[in-house]
Design a protein around this ligand. Structure first.
Ligand code: ADP
Ligand code: MG
Length: 248
């Protein structure tokens, strides 16, 4: 049986601005199961980042509940890799642990092990500008994983990259996340990207966003690229496109 990691119940968020109240999300409910790759997709400005920020405890909800069966350790990764240019790759990867005062020998060894395992062995002493965009994004992911989060929240993690890098970084990220058996909630507005990665996709409407549809995704293939070539990829794509295209 699938183990429920967290439950979002009747979540709403209103922003108060000088121009008045902006209702960003309206009564959203969904569950996140252990080990799943959940994507949330929706038009630009619909409230996707708002949902993620509330899950990450970076923003307050207006109403609703987020129920966790235990206090979850959250790892959060943004669109930009957000590495510090003056820190070398190892120090950048250790930054999350450093901030949490968790720089133990075990944790440092674990971080080095992740860097080595995922192709960054020869770059520990290098600086971010010496790496490709894709490699930097891998470092950012490892920095997040180094803190051993129970759940990873990814906000459009590939959108700052060009199309070709995007494809290869999503291969890397998918590989790392599968090998490390992580639970992921990823936000995107890219239908193909969601389909190439997700076990389940939640489609949000335009703002104020409500859940329009939830899809269980059964696409064969072990990697995002293999999935993109699967027969039923196009069928799912068309369904999701219809949801988003209706624009309501
Ligand atoms: P998305 O990530 O789907 O593009 P966001 O969650 O960033 O959307 O924003 C949803 C809506 O809430 C947008 O209309 C945005 O302008 C508004 N919004 C986001 N953050 C704030 C804020 N801090 N103050 C006021 N309005 C905000
Ligand atoms: Mg956003």
């Amino acid at each position: 049986m699938k183990n429920k990691l967290l439950e979002v119940k009747n979540l709403s968020k209103n922003y108060h601005t000088k121009m008045g109240e902006v209702k960003a999300i309206d009564n959203i409910s969904f569950d996140v199961y252990e080990g799943e790759f959940l994507c949330i997709i929706g038009p630009s400005g619909c409230g996707k980042s708002t949902v993620l920020n509330i899950l990450a405890n970076l923003d307050d909800k207006s109403s609703g509940d987020i129920i966790q069966n235990k206090k979850l350790k959250v790892g959060y990764m943004l669109q930009e890799d957000a590495l510090f240019p003056w820190l070398n790759i190892l120090d950048n990867a250790l930054l999350g642990l450093n901030i949490r005062h968790e720089l133990t020998p075990d944790n440092i060894a674990y971080t080095k092990c992740l860097l080595e395992k995922y192709g960054l062995k020869d770059f520990l002493e290098k600086y971010p500008h010496q790496l490709s965009g894709g490699m930097r994004q891998r470092v950012a992911l490892i920095r997040t994983l180094a803190t051993k989060p129970d759940i990873l929240l990814l906000d459009e993690p590939f959108s700052a990259l060009d199309y070709v890098s995007r494809l290869s970084v999503s291969e890397d990220v998918s590989d790392i996340i599968k090998s490390e058996h992580k639970t992921v909630v990823m936000i995107t507005h890219d239908i193909s990207e969601a389909l190439s990665l997700a076990d389940r996709i939640i489609v949000l409407s335009k703002r104020p966003s409500v859940i329009k549809n939830v899809y269980e995704i059964n696409i064969s293939g072990n990697t995002p690229m293999e999935r993109r070539k699967a027969k039923n990829f196009g069928e799912y794509y068309n369904e999701l496109w219809r949801d988003l295209d209706k624009n309501v």
